[in-house]
Design a protein around this ligand. Structure first.
Ligand code: DQA
Length: 140
């Protein structure tokens, strides 16, 4: 299987911003671990991060026919991006939504995801392990 691990706005700051919420490891380090995990299971993972909503939409569109699944942490776009929601709905590639933090235990606006209804499933609250569990869901 070939997975796309897609990170949205501000996820490039992982390891530096709000370490008590998102941990102290950089996205590069987390991605290296995810790549090794995929390989250890006989699969492949590619990685893309962007702070731009349209680039996230383009990455989802371009995944059609190229990837078996997308693991998506859209960051704050999760809570209001109808454009990303429509991009997910437009492709047949299954998307699993991921959040490192438990968004339900935080501010009220984080309890709403406009993406979940068009995703295959959601993993949240386990730090970097949220990504690993979401990947595992494709491998099972
Ligand atoms: C996040 C949760 C979002 O509410 C927030 O805007 C992020 C990260 C998470 O991984 O917990 O940027 O998606």
């Amino acid at each position: 299987m070939k997975l796309l691990i897609l990170n949205g706005v501000n996820l490039n700051l992982t390891g530096r911003r709000e370490q008590s919420v998102y941990g102290g490891e950089s996205l590069e380090k987390i991605n290296a671990e995810l790549a090794a995990f995929a390989r250890s299971k006989g699969h492949e993972a590619d990685f893309f991060q962007s702070n731009l909503e349209g680039e996230i939409c383009t990455a989802i569109q371009s995944a059609e026919g190229k990837y078996d699944g997308i693991v998506l942490n859209a960051g704050a776009y999760t809570h209001y991006s109808y454009a990303i929601r429509d991009a997910i709905a437009a492709v047949s590639v299954p998307v699993v939504e991921v959040h490192m933090s438990n968004v339900h235990a935080r501010e009220d606006f984080r309890r709403v995801s406009v993406l979940t209804p068009v995703c295959r499933g959601e993993v949240l609250g386990f730090g970097k392990k949220s990504y690993l569990l979401a990947m595992e869901s494709f491998f099972l």
